[in-house]
Design a protein around this ligand. Structure first.
Ligand code: PLP
Length: 360
């Protein structure tokens, strides 16, 4: 039976990448050892890391005045690292509140800064993104933080607020590499790797050079972006194996037509799943506003919550795994990141149609 893993993260990885890693596991390119055993300062691993960065730069079109940092601590550590680095003498920062991850970023930033919440969809149960006309931005803010895809709520937006000279900071943990973006519009982009890139343990930060080097007093050396920028992310031991796998994912994306090609598949996958929900005569329901529906994380409820247990049981038996919704939302959530093949979504949709027919 083919297993399809709809987990929100750590999530499915491309099979061809896992196979390559398997083939190279015991003896990487004739080195006689596994990547896990290599010194991070040896030529083999330095080459692996440099290639991963070059490949990511090509894929995303990252301009030369941006640093790419391979860090640890997850996206969650960035919630505090960002204010420590980007306040740069200012006292306040702007945050958009679109859901659970925005809320976490906001509460952490409050330890270091006055947080101005420019707009919030809390009163709409985080089912949409507030229109830009409603945002109350502060032109003096140190930066403006957004979460372009709320992984838990399944709320995504792809337009950019006009933040003027205020640097835009985006938590792209669950949307990075899923669609083309223009990096130069951002001051800083960050993402934990375990959703759309590779294994857990690696966090990627893409930051404009002029924003680094002026940290809050008391900032630990290891949380200063400049420390990592000046040391090619080798100030201390980086998450070597995760960087290696991420590099293989980047190469795989390049082989398959890059991010633009990936986006087309993602549009097809999400379209198929939302169509199944919308054509179910109310058996399935997605609470997210039409124009803010995520391509990556698709939350939906069943007509009666009493069906949830049976739905999950039958799905499991068919190899459709990890569909249970986040504990804070309930219902179901299908995460359909880059590495989820179209066939996985087709199998899910076939099961959903059948289940609705039998229980509707
Ligand atoms: C998963 C996630 C996080 C937290 O990531 P960690 O790497 O577990 O710290 C933060 N933001 C978003 C949008 C996420 O999806």
């Amino acid at each position: 039976m083919t297993i399809y893993n709809f987990s929100a993260g750590p999530a499915v990885l491309p099979k061809e990448v896992l196979q390559q890693a398997q083939a190279e596991m015991l003896d990487w390119h004739g080195s006689g050892m596994s990547v896990m055993e290599m010194s991070h300062r040896g030529p083999e691993f330095m080459g692996i890391a440099a290639q991963a960065e070059t490949c990511l730069r090509e894929l995303m079109g990252i301009p030369a005045n941006y640093k790419v940092l391979f860090l640890q601590g997850g996206a969650s550590l960035q919630f505090s690292t960002i204010p420590m680095n980007l306040l740069r003498g200012k006292k306040s920062a702007d945050y958009l509140n679109t859901g659970e991850w925005s809320k976490k970023a906001i509460s952490e930033a409050k330890k270091y800064a006055t947080v101005n919440v420019v707009a919030s969809s809390a009163d709409k149960n985080f089912s949409c993104v507030p229109e830009f006309a409603e945002w109350k931005c502060d032109p003096e803010a140190a930066y403006l933080h957004i979460t372009p895809n709320e992984t838990i709520g399944g709320v995504e937006f792809n337009w950019l607020p006009d933040s003027g000279a205020v640097p835009l900071v985006a938590d792209m943990s669950s949307t990075i590499l899923s669609r083309p973006i223009e990096v130069s519009k951002y001051g800083l982009i960050y993402a934990g790797a375990q959703k759309n890139i590779g294994p857990a343990g690696l966090t990627i930060v893409i930051v404009r050079e002029d924003l680094i080097g002026d940290v809050l007093p008391g900032t630990p050396t290891i949380l200063d972006y400049k420390t990592h920028a000046d040391n090619d992310s080798m100030y201390n031991t980086p998450p070597t194996f995760a960087i290696y796998i991420a590099g293989l994912v980047f190469q795989m994306l390049k082989r398959h037509g890059g991010i633009a090609a990936m986006e087309q598949t993602n549009i097809a996958k999400a379209g198929l799943l939302y169509a199944a929900i919308d054509s179910s005569n109310g058996f399935y329901h997605c609470p997210v506003a039409l124009h803010n529906r995520s391509r990556m994380n698709v939350p939906f409820t069943l007509k009666e919550a009493a069906f949830d247990g049976e739905f999950l049981k039958q799905a499991d038996a068919l190899g459709l795994l990890q569909l249970k919704g986040h504990r804070s939302v309930g219902g179901m959530r299908a995460s359909i990141y880059n590495a989820m093949p179209l066939a996985g979504v087709q199998a899910l949709v076939a099961f959903m149609n059948e289940f609705a027919k039998n229980n509707g």
